[in-house]
Design a protein around this ligand. Structure first.
Ligand code: CDP
Length: 235
């Protein structure tokens, strides 16, 4: 199942599949926070996050969202469309938390009036600076037209996931997406959707990477709960 090595990041290895068209993503057991300053290896983490990503992307595919997901290869790999990734993190927020509160004040968990989309530039050394659409255009990162499509797609995907988690009694506070261009130039949702890339709460309990960021213990116990509810999505 291993092909030509393309790239290794903090939490994933990307290889070109034998068909030369799709890629195989291997989810590693690594977990990082603070732009890579905090780093650990947690047994089963890659397995949990790959399966959660597979099931949530499959769910989004069935709801008409175009994602990279092709199939899940247990325990910790995904076959995905090959994309030319855009170096942005696209964050959709329903409630105030994290860097939003640090930047604009307010309290963790306060409602925002509607889904709010932010772009940050993927750069650990620059600490993922916030970007306006004008910056994206001026720096040649993304056209205004593509930025508008991404804002719309990100809101739709986030609202579908919020709805799914609400049905299971969980609150989706915020979520980070990454997008790329497929071979025809279409914008496609890529990367990962897991408790590492969202804030997910239930009755004040944390089910996401804030457990790790705040040194509240091993997060995998809670990630397993999320995995089990995602198993209601059949592949
Ligand atoms: O976590 P922090 O306060 O630094 O960042 P944030 O901007 O409040 O994060 C918003 C959402 O995006 C959270 O669900 C994060 O887990 C997610 N995120 C991510 O997945 N990867 C990043 N590099 C930054 C944020």
């Amino acid at each position: 199942m291993s092909g030509t090595f393309l790239y290794e990041g903090k939490t994933k290895i990307v290889e070109l599949a034998e068909d030369g068209q799709s890629v195989i993503l291997t989810f590693k057991d690594d977990i990082t926070a603070g732009d890579g300053a905090k780093h650990d290896v947690l047994d089963l983490k890659g397995q949990y996050c790959s399966e959660i990503t597979a099931r949530l992307m499959h769910y989004l595919n069935t709801k008409g969202i175009y994602t990279m997901f092709l199939n899940y290869i247990p325990p910790n790999k995904i076959r995905a469309r090959k994309l030319k990734m855009i170096p942005l993190e696209v964050i959709v927020r329903f409630k105030k938390a994290g860097s939003f509160v640090r930047r604009y004040g307010g309290n963790e968990g306060e409602d925002l009036p509607g889904p709010l989309v932010e772009f940050t530039y993927k750069s650990d050394v620059m600490h993922d600076p916030l970007m306006c659409v004008e910056h994206l255009e001026a720096l040649g990162i993304l056209s205004r037209e593509h930025a508008t499509i991404i804002i719309d797609e990100a809101k739709k995907a986030a609202m579908l996931l919020k709805e799914f988690f609400t049905l299971h009694g969980f609150e989706l506070w915020d979520i980070k997406f990454e997008y790329g261009f497929d071979e025809s130039g279409n914008i496609c949702l890529g990367d990962e959707i897991s408790p590492d890339t969202m804030r997910l709460r239930k009755a004040g309990e944390i089910f996401d990477k804030d457990i790790y960021r705040r040194n509240l213990g091993n997060p995998l116990e809670k990630y397993e709960v999320v995995l089990n509810l995602c198993r209601s999505i059949l592949l």
